[in-house]
Design a protein around this ligand. Structure first.
Ligand code: GUN
Length: 308
């Protein structure tokens, strides 16, 4: 049976480290790190995500502020708010929840957030730093993927990793992080020819295509490690809806380890947001040594895995 990688437990471990860093800053006379979340409109899924992020801040002692703006907010007003937050010394992290309403240019807005406060790691400066291996803030989900992977394979040197998905938010950044970790990386997507055969060679599969249950059992070699980033709500045969990933979970029990959906990558994304906020605060407070989440959360211990 494959080990199940417990993302909730590993996220808790990371939160403890983040909280210790917050406590250390406060003990040194600084204000607690501050995260500001902007939500434009009333998208129900976004409301849930934002609520979770705000609640998570409380757990580790991060100060959070929420700006809820009506759906008809003008782009100009949104940019003016971000400009004000960029200049506010009490704000260390800024997150503008997407999707934004159609009349707003999302790329322009995300680019207007100061790279130093861009805790999502979406700003082109942070994207450039990641792709050149020169630090910066790393997007939360890819960071979480690396931590989960390192809990099974602490040293990825020379490992054959197949990434399925080429999004700017997951596929591309995770490929860069894997290259930094000396893995041999193949980036694929749903149009890749021969995808099952390519996957079958892999020591590690990172499935981030957003295609429910795409990866079948025969795509996976014995003893491979699978990180499932997908999360889709699907109606089961009993008429009830359930969450499924990009991997047919029941068919991959010959793998060495696999992340469940839910309870795998999801909890790591929020824990990494908190870690990124502390990293941003430490940088802004003049601690030149602020570590990146994937460095200071290196290799969570293996006791975090359970057997199916
Ligand atoms: N919407 C869904 N996920 C995210 C995220 O990680 N960051 C932002 N800013 N918006 C999102």
């Amino acid at each position: 049976m494959a080990d199940i990688i417990d993302g909730r437990a590993i996220a808790r471990q990371l939160d403890e480290k983040t909280k210790a860093q917050v406590d250390e800053l406060v003990a040194a006379g600084h204000s607690a790190p501050g995260l500001t979340v902007i939500l434009v409109g009333e998208d129900p899924a976004s409301e849930v995500y934002v609520r979770r992020k705000i609640k998570a801040c409380e757990k580790v002692g991060i100060r959070s502020t929420e700006h809820r703006l009506p759906a008809d907010t003008s782009q100009e007003d949104l940019l003016a708010l971000i400009d004000q937050l960029n200049k506010d010394e009490d704000v260390h992290g800024i997150l503008c929840q997407v999707p934004l309403p159609d009349h707003i240019d999302t790329r322009l807005v995300l680019r207007s957030i100061s790279p130093e406060k861009d805790v999502d790691g979406f700003h082109p400066v942070n994207v450039g730093r990641l792709s050149t291996g020169t630090g910066g803030i790393v997007p939360c989900t890819p960071l979480g993927v690396m931590m989960l992977l390192k809990s099974v394979i602490p040293d990825l040197t020379g490992k054959d990793v197949v990434v399925i998905g080429k999004s700017n938010i997951v596929g591309k950044p995770v490929a860069n992080l894997l290259l930094d970790a000396e893995a041999t990386v193949t980036v694929t997507h749903i149009y890749t020819e021969g995808l099952p055969e390519i996957c079958r060679q892999a020591d590690v599969i990172v499935a981030a295509a957003g295609a429910p249950e795409l990866v079948k059992g025969h795509w996976v070699k014995d003893g491979a490690v699978i990180i499932d980033v997908g999360i889709t709500r699907k109606e089961g045969e009993d008429g009830k809806t359930k969450l499924v990933g990009d991997v047919k979970f029941d068919e991959v029990q010959h793998a060495k380890a696999v992340t469940p959906v839910p309870g795998g990558v999801g909890p790591m994304t929020i824990a990494c947001l908190l870690a990124n906020t502390v990293q941003a605060a430490r940088n802004l407070m003049g601690y030149g040594d602020a570590e990146r989440g994937d460095d200071y959360a290196d290799a969570p211990d293996r006791s975090m895995h359970t057997t199916a």
